[in-house]
Unconditional design. Structure first.
Lengths: 447, 219
């Protein structure tokens, strides 16, 4: 655990000339870690600052704030409070001067493995000014500045620059793409209508996708994050499963049987759409081959079946059935065979979501006090944990692509809003504050 | 740049004619019919699927830290470009039709049926209400009736859609028992998505657990 890495980010208008960075060469190998193991120790990382270098007053501070939150949420790093360790320097320059050497030593001596710093500024553009950011990384294990990034873009992408840099840090130390650039699709009330929206994973930059004035429900991402599938009501009287292309807003109908057409979910390889439909009587689960359009009925039961969720391999599905009275979570092979009940505790367990790492299934569990909370259970049923407590109805858990977080809706604060929580139930964070009703969040795959 | 590279496939995603007719928010680019063939779709009720698999080599868009980093252009969307929502013609029409249905239903004096928590059994009160509703339906034989199933806010959004359908079907089945022709009765479940009342209290929950009878406008 003698891993010491200093990451520095230099963001800046001036440092654009990269000649000075010649000294940064080294043969340090990238470190890859399995960051979801229980014994995984977070990597201590300090963000010195993102100094303003000619940009608007808020620029450096905004980038620094977004970056720090991303680093914290990554759960790969432990964000160190540098001033409390006596590291009060704000400007490490290009990391080459004698002054920076002293800072690096101080960080290494205080157990900070990675030190990050940067600069940000404006560059005159033809039409509008460009924001640019430079970030650098010092690694105390190899005692060197291991590299950096330079970004440029319009002022509207400032947050995205910080997100990209955070993901680069996660990528370097885990080999995973990070979640800072992921999105969350959700349903938001517009008057009596419910429309689809998409926001950044941290709740910023919400955009409306549908505007048809009625109900659009339960969105799910395509594996390539270019589409959403969801339930819509055509002319209010019948339900369809629709698809919308995010880049164009084009929208069309995938499934339009009679009765319910709900809870669509594309398989991880995109080759199948699982969904529930009641066109043959009561709600059953079907599997549609997206290439041949062959439809296979997977369940046959006089009870209601719904909410299929794919295992990451695509070989199994978890789903809800009320064949025993109240809804419970069941498992089956993706051809409908080998059905077995997974949840036994409580009389209402629904809305399952299989973790992208495969090791947990999150769902809504009704407690003995009739509260609807989040639970997770291992697919073998051996381990079960209640993640949330208190009042309010929790619903629609959805995993982050790294399997370390869940997003869900809750009425804990009165109106329905969207929250994020770590997979172990820690660090509850509210993501939406606008509007009267936000629900059915679904986390995009990583880019 | 790498960031924008993912949109090469946009132009290949087709939309069937059927989808255009049913979707409401028609765009001219949707007119082209993709491979599937719309006549098959009309029969099967299944529309056109684009390829949604992860593109091989698409990768994370991350290039790694660089000792001598060259400038990367960051553009909005970052691989998930979002079109601006197009306020379709459907929006105004929906609102108008909902108002027309409400007016017609109020004029008919149809009454709704209420349910207990987690239940779709029709109570004795409910039977009496439906008997009177059925009389009106029989004396107005040209009317088409929609039974909407509604639920309170407790429980999951998805399971409440199933519960709402059970309630709507229970109401429809009882009306058929009372002699109303089944082909005049349609059912739809709104789950907990179109509540009549928004407070977190039992009085409100009771208001929302209902089979709501609507005189359909038009056909």
């Amino acid at each position: 655990m003698n891993r010491r890495i200093l990451v520095s980010i230099v963001v800046g208008g001036i440092c654009a000339v990269a000649g000075a960075i010649g000294i940064l060469e080294s043969g340090a190998a990238d470190v890859f870690l399995e960051a979801t193991r229980p014994d995984f120790q977070k990597i201590p990382l300090g963000v010195v600052s993102i100094e303003n270098n000619g940009g608007p007053e808020w620029l450096g501070g905004r980038l620094e704030e977004v970056l720090k939150k991303d680093v914290k949420r990554s759960l790969v790093f432990e964000l160190m409070d540098l001033p409390s360790l006596g590291i009060k320097v704000r400007d490490v320059g290009n990391g080459l001067g004698n002054g920076s050497k002293a800072v690096f030593k101080q960080a290494a001596d205080n157990g900070v493995s990675v030190l990050v710093w940067g600069k940000a500024g404006l560059k005159k553009g033809e039409k509008e000014d460009d924001v640019n950011m430079e970030g650098f990384v010092y690694d105390s294990g190899s005692d060197e500045v291991v590299g950096g990034k330079r970004y440029a873009g319009s002022p509207s992408v400032v947050r995205l620059m910080a997100h990209r840099f955070a993901d680069e840090l996660v990528f370097r130390y885990t080999g995973e793409p990070g979640i800072a650039r992921t999105k969350i699709a959700y349903v938001s009330a517009q008057g009596a209508a419910r429309e689809l929206f998409v926001m950044d994973y941290d709740g910023y930059d919400a955009r409306q996708l549908t505007a048809d004035g009625f109900l659009n429900l339960m969105p799910r991402w395509s594996p390539d994050r270019r589409f959403l599938v969801f339930t819509a009501y055509r002319d209010r009287n019948t339900q369809d499963i629709d698809m919308i292309e995010l880049a164009t807003g084009k929208r069309w109908t995938l499934v339009s049987y009679g009765g319910l057409n709900i809870t669509p979910a594309l398989s991880p390889d995109g080759n199948f759409l699982a969904f529930a439909s009641s066109h043959e009587g009561n709600s059953e689960i079907y599997r549609l081959d997206t290439r041949t359009k062959a439809v296979q009925r997977l369940t046959t039961n006089p009870a209601g079946e719904l909410s299929p969720t794919w295992s990451p391999t695509g070989r199994e599905l978890a789903f809800v059935s009320d064949r025993g009275g109240g809804p419970q979570v069941f498992l089956m092979s993706s051809d409908g065979s080998n059905v077995r009940r997974l949840t036994f505790e409580g009389d209402y367990n629904a809305a399952p979501a299989w973790s992208p790492r495969g090791n947990w299934i999150a769902y809504v569990c009704r407690t003995p006090r009739k509260e609807y909370k989040l639970c997770v259970i291992s697919p073998d049923g051996q381990k079960r944990m209640q993640l949330t407590t208190g009042g309010g109805v929790d619903d629609s858990p959805s995993w982050s692509p790294d399997g370390r977080h869940l997003v869900f809706s809750s009425t804990a604060d009165g109106k329905s809003h969207i929250y994020m929580i770590d997979a172990d139930g820690k660090d509850l964070e509210r993501l939406t504050f606008e509007g009267t009703h936000n629900s059915a969040p679904t986390w995009s795959p990583a880019s | 740049m790498a960031v924008v590279a993912c949109f090469a496939l946009v132009s290949t995603s087709g939309c069937s004619k059927k989808a255009v007719q049913s979707g409401g928010d028609t765009q001219s680019s949707q007119e082209k019919t993709a491979k599937g063939g719309s006549s098959d779709e009309a029969k099967s009720g299944v529309g056109t699927f684009p390829d949604t698999s992860m593109q091989s080599g698409g990768g994370s868009g991350l290039r790694g830290l660089d000792k001598n980093p060259s400038e990367e252009r960051v553009s909005p969307g970052n691989g998930t470009m979002l079109a601006k929502a197009d306020s379709s013609a459907s929006l105004g029409r929906q609102l108008e039709e909902v108002r027309a249905e409400q007016a017609a239903s109020a004029a008919a004096g149809l009454r709704d049926v209420y349910f207990s928590y987690d239940s779709w059994m029709i109570s004795e009160d409910g039977r009496q209400v439906l008997s009177r509703d059925a009389e009106w339906m029989k004396s107005n034989p040209s009317s088409a009736i929609k039974v909407e199933g509604h639920c309170d806010e407790r429980g999951t959004s998805a399971y409440n859609l199933v519960l709402g359908e059970k309630r709507a079907k229970a109401v429809r089945n009882y009306l058929v028992e009372l002699g109303v022709s089944a082909n005049r009765l349609s059912v739809v479940s709104y789950g907990k998505e179109r509540p009549f009342c928004g407070e977190h209290a039992e009085a409100c929950y009771q208001e929302n657990r209902r089979g709501h009878l609507v005189v359909r406008s038009g056909k």
